[in-house]
Ligand binder design. Structure first.
Ligand code: FAD
Length: 382
């Protein structure tokens, strides 16, 4: 916060993805807020995500944030007054385990989740088969299941709802790319593409994998890299084939039928091995479909959509004010969980920027953690 104690009342947010929009929404009642994005609202990874919302994580900080976010989304109608109902469906998420070792990992995760009030549980192969019609459980050692995890049928309606409601509260969206940030007295100068500039008391950089480029000229090294993620989509199918989301870490596989009938399937290792491409990813997806969800065997996947995760070394986001740069905040490195965490991210950052509460949740997520030897890795990234 500028000058250590002064409350920032004029705040610029760089990036109008779901992260920047939620922070703006949470600040808008108490501060003057402008959100800058030269590519348009929700044009980054936010445009690609298909709407998954889950609480089954492997670290306490991620579980707490996911739980808070889901509670917010349960009241999205009253809180954001969306123009279009985003239609959350609690379809359940199954983390399928093929070995006793993976089952032991999920058992530990479930114990942690239950400790913080998340109603997940460990199940055997037969129950997995009963909960997920179309699943062949014969290769499974069991799984972890949470029935309140689910999907927004219309995920872009969530993005629009944050953007619309934050503007009703008085925040504005500025259709400009921020080229550079400069210290300016006790505040900040934002140099915009085209040459103009503007000032703000505080700046929040919520520009996902583009955040390091903005902070590097200030001598701040952000360990965030861009990692490709691809989703295969089928054409819409009238029959309902696969209601819950099924994930297998061991097979690097995830699949779900969306509300419009299209089936999405992902090879989670796609993009990680140089030289591999669509055909290899497709072959791997098909092999796991045959083994695990044979009901999808006759579904074809003509569409491949690519997006990007903003990845950190410990797969945890980076939040908080940057040391030695009063009034400069970071909220990036969401590692594939931006939509499902957005309400908690917005609340945590807004409280902290306004100096209202010192939530210990943020302590473990600051940039300064990378100066220490021990990072707490989040392994439940899909
Ligand atoms: C294939 C795929 C599937 C996913 N599935 C899910 C899912 O089911 N559930 C879930 O919760 N998450 C999912 N995610 C992750 C989710 O999409 C992201 O975590 C989330 O959208 C990140 O939001 P963000 O606002 O932090 O970043 P972004 O949405 O990337 O927004 C960053 C914005 O910053 C802007 N920007 C960058 N540089 C500047 C600058 N210098 N000046 C002004 N503006 C700038 C960009 O134009 C962009 O609009 C998925 C991601 C992918 C790729």
């Amino acid at each position: 916060m500028p000058n250590g104690t002064q409350r920032a009342t004029d705040i610029a947010i760089v990036g109008a993805g779901i992260t920047g929009l939620s922070i703006a929404w949470h600040l808008a009642d108490k501060a003057s807020v402008r959100v800058f994005d030269g590519s348009g609202v929700g044009s980054g990874a936010t445009a690609i995500q298909p709407g998954g919302v889950r609480q089954q994580w492997g670290t306490e900080v991620a579980c707490l944030m996911a739980r808070e976010a889901l509670a917010f989304y349960a009241e999205i109608g009253e809180r954001l007054q969306p123009a279009v109902d985003p239609a959350f469906q609690a379809c359940g998420y199954l983390f399928a385990c093929h070995t006793p070792e993976e089952l032991a990992v999920q058992a530990k995760n479930v114990a942690l989740q239950n400790r913080v009030g998340i109603p997940s549980r460990l199940i055997g192969p037969d129950e997995a088969g009963a909960l997920v019609p179309g699943l062949d459980p014969s290769s499974l050692s069991g799984g972890a299941w949470c029935e309140s995890d689910g999907y927004f049928d219309r995920p872009q309606a969530v993005v629009a709802a944050f953007a619309d409601d934050m503007q009703r509260k008085g925040a504005t969206i500025v259709d400009r790319h921020v080229e550079r940030l400069e210290h300016d007295g006790s505040g900040w100068r934002l140099v915009l593409r085209g040459g103009e500039s503007t000032q703000a008391q505080a700046v929040v950089v919520a520009a996902a994998y583009d955040s390091p480029a903005l902070l590097a000229p200030l001598g701040v090294a952000l360990p965030i890299t861009r990692a490709s993620r691809s989703l295969f989509y089928s054409d819409p199918i009238r029959e309902r084939l696969l209601e819950p989301l099924v994930v297998s870490h061991e097979r690097g596989f995830a699949a779900k039928q969306l509300a419009d009938g299209s089936v999405l399937a992902a090879d989670l290792s796609a993009g990680t091995v140089p030289g591999e491409g669509r055909e290899v990813w497709h072959r791997r997806v098909r092999a796991t479909i045959t083994e695990l969800v044979p009901i999808l065997e006759y579904v074809s996947f003509p569409v491949l959509v690519e997006g990007f995760y903003d990845v950190t070394p410990d797969r945890q986001p980076i939040f908080g004010e940057i040391q030695d740069h009063d009034g400069l905040w970071i909220a990036a490195g969401l590692n594939g969980r931006g939509l499902m965490m957005a309400p908690a991210v917005g609340r945590l950052l807004a409280d902290s920027i306004l100096g209202e509460t010192a939530d210990p949740t943020l302590d473990s997520l600051t940039l300064a953690r990378f100066d220490q030897d021990e990072l707490v890795h989040e392994a439940q990234v899909v």
